[in-house]
Design a protein around this ligand. Structure first.
Ligand code: PHE
Length: 361
């Protein structure tokens, strides 16, 4: 019996020294083959238990040695595998796993509203024109019939650009206070085209001027030193105030819903005559009067009027032949009405908790 056991131990010792595994699966097979309950080493121990006492004393130590040899070999193989390139590949990210959802960005509420305004007016023939934010006095004020002493030309209201040794020097370079400056550029270009090539020049002008404008105001919940406008201009023969009213009524209903009413109140702008401010019926209370509309049932949304003949002439357009209307609205104002944003500063602070509340499309 002991001779047989001796052979078995010798064979298993040789097996242990020759153990090889290319993967943890193969290693597991070996573990089961030798060390599991029914494994070859364990079976020897079972056999050992049946030995008479005197034989046990002889075989206990070699059997334990054999078991430890298997355990160390297995551990060595395990360590080798853990370090093998194949195993490192196994630890690599599982590319077939369902990925975590990627947080989609949202569009800024001012972009959403600007796009919507442009979309509504583009359906009645308006196209978009662009112009510089840093402008000269001529395009922002001079050609728009502002008197030389007009308060908007004061540094209290307008940011002038040039400085010398940190001191503001008299200059006519400024940050535009409205996008009407783009209108003066577009009108001048159109009148040139009309003069140069009357056959091929467009017979009318219908543009939207969206953009950022700057005013020298203290920043608060209700005012900011910059905001966004979309101004509109339509010049043709026989453009009337009724055309202006109809275009604005169409806009109000498209923007705020078909039941929206408008009202025009006389106002004053240097570049339009007559001028008006437009209110829409308060969509919060349906015109009955609430805290939002200060009990009036109306909220102001834009300024408008018929282009002053002086403006047409300063841009080279014959005011005896052409008339036109213009309007200008604040994008923040419309966004406030749509989304009830109480604090203007939220629009420029880039707080994701605010921004992610808006749908991207
Ligand atoms: N430019 C004016 C403003 O910034 C708005 C306006 C435009 C008013 C066109 C009338 C006509 O306040």
């Amino acid at each position: 019996m002991s001779e047989l056991l001796k052979d078995k131990i010798a064979k298993l010792n040789a097996d242990a020294l020759a153990l090889q595994a290319k993967s943890s699966a193969e290693l597991e097979v070996l573990r089961q083959k030798y060390l599991s309950k029914k494994g070859e080493v364990s079976l020897l121990f079972d056999e050992f238990k049946t030995f008479p006492k005197e034989e046990k004393a002889q075989w206990g130590a070699p059997l334990n040695q054999l078991k430890r040899l298997f355990e160390t070999r297995m551990q060595e193989l395990k360590d080798q595998l853990a370090d093998s390139p194949a195993n490192r590949l196994n630890d690599a990210p599982d590319l077939t796993r369902t990925p975590d959802p990627i947080a989609l960005g949202t569009r800024h509420p001012l972009s959403l509203v600007r796009e919507q305004i442009i979309d509504i007016f583009s359906r009645i023939g308006f196209t978009v024109a662009d112009g510089p934010e840093v402008e000269d006095d001529k395009h922002v004020f001079g050609m728009l019939n502002f008197a030389p002493e007009h308060p908007a030309r004061d540094m209290q209201d307008t940011f002038f650009v040039e400085k010398e040794n940190g001191i503001q020097k008299p200059t006519d370079i400024l940050l535009r206070t409205h996008t009407s400056s783009v209108q003066t550029r577009v009108m001048t270009a159109w009148s040139k085209a009309l003069n140069n090539d009357p056959e091929n020049a467009p017979h009318s002008l219908r543009v939207l001027c969206p953009g950022r404008v700057f005013r020298n105001e203290a920043i608060s919940a209700r005012a900011h030193c910059f905001f966004h406008q979309v101004e509109g201009l339509y010049i043709d023969k026989n453009v009337s105030f009724a055309d202006l009213r109809q275009a604005l009524l169409y806009f109000a209903k498209e923007m705020f819903g078909p039941e929206t009413q408008i009202r025009l109140r006389p106002s004053y702008f240097p570049f339009t005559e007559p001028s008006a401010e437009m209110d829409i019926s308060c969509d919060l209370c349906g015109g009955k009067g609430c805290a939002f509309c200060k009990g009036t049932g109306w909220v102001e949304i834009l300024g408008c009027g018929m282009v002053d003949p002086n403006v047409l002439e300063s841009c080279g357009i014959d005011s005896n032949v052409y008339t036109g209307y213009a309007f200008g609205l604040g994008v923040e104002r419309i966004a406030n009405l749509k989304y009830r944003v109480k604090d203007l500063r939220l629009f420029s602070e880039n707080d994701v908790r605010f921004l992610e509340q808006f749908q991207s499309c």
